[in-house]
Write a protein that binds this ligand. Sequence first.
Ligand code: ZN
Length: 154
Amino acid sequence: MRRTRATQATTPPEIHKPDEQWRQELTRQQYDVLRRGHTEQAFTGRYLYAKGNGSYYCAGCGNELFRSDAKFASGTGWPSFVQPASEAAVELRTDQGWLLRRTEVVCRRCGGHLGHVFRDGPRPTRRRYCINSCALSFEPTPSDRDPGDGQPGG
Ligand SMILES: [Zn+2]
């Protein structure tokens, strides 16, 4: 028995794709970060200094992960957020392989590696979600978009 619609779960359905498919759909860098847990080089990400209003979606599956109002300048070299868009958007996994214990942040929907969360963020959450730019895809809110003047294709 397989139910396609859970009545009480807030967790979005998980996306499972063969590794080969991820390789084809993602850029090399996105694949290395999302599927292999790599970290992009500090101060190189496209969203590091981004300030526009909108939402950051998973580059792998389109799940809404963070909102621009939770973004802050941490000075660490990666986009940083005080909280996810919703509790159900991400999953936290304790990563105990190293001397330093870190908490990994993954996309709840596709399991893609996003970054890590630390406890040195600003008030009120004190959390710093340190996220790779290439794991994200930004969409500005409609009101923040250029109204446009009828030009096709912008
Ligand atoms: Zn995802």
